[in-house]
Design a protein around this ligand. Structure first.
Ligand SMILES: [Zn+2]
Length: 169
């Protein structure tokens, strides 16, 4: 169940997404890592900034927290993200031992370009296949988060190579 605290931290993630959107090389996905009700670190998608396809917001904050804590184990942490994490990021959360993922907009709320798989919901796949103690909750501030992204029926944005349409005809 989403709590008032979840809404609070999701607002911080939205703030990060907005910073990402206005940062050259950044983009509009924001993430916040929280432990014991305190922000451990925040970040946004830095893919184009570093020419790094893995620099999704979730990976950015996992790396940042690891550096701060000088360890890879982030058990006890909750990851807040404005957009449903992709398969790579969900898997990274598993490797980091993150206990809970809370996201805003889900697959059905935004354009399909934001997701690598056109047929499987990778979050469900990973949750079901690998662990039963990773709690995943979606839809927190869904409307506000979805407003950051192209809508399901919008034309495909062509300016960003990460957003190219890979759906087969
Ligand atoms: Zn990702």
């Amino acid at each position: 169940m989403a709590t008032e605290r979840d809404v609070h931290f999701m607002r911080l993630a939205i703030g990060q997404a907005e910073i990402g959107k206005s940062t050259p090389g950044g983009s509009e996905v924001g993430a916040v890592l929280v432990c014991n009700d305190k922000v451990a670190c925040e970040g946004f998608n830095e893919g184009e900034l570093h020419h790094d396809a893995t620099a999704h917001a979730e990976i950015v904050v996992i790396r940042r927290a690891g550096n701060l804590l000088q360890r890879t184990d982030l058990s006890g942490h909750t990851l807040y993200c404005t957009l449903q994490p992709c398969g790579m990021c969900t898997m990274a959360c598993l490797w980091a031992g993150i206990s809970r993922i809370v996201f805003g907009a889900g697959r059905g709320d935004v354009h399909h370009i934001y997701f690598e798989s056109r047929h499987n919901n990778t979050v469900d796949f990973i949750r079901d296949a690998f662990r039963d103690d990773l709690e995943i909750e979606g839809g927190v501030l869904k409307t506000e988060c979805a407003a950051l992204y192209a809508k399901p029926d919008d034309p495909v944005p062509t300016s960003d190579p990460a957003h190219s349409d890979t759906r087969s005809a």
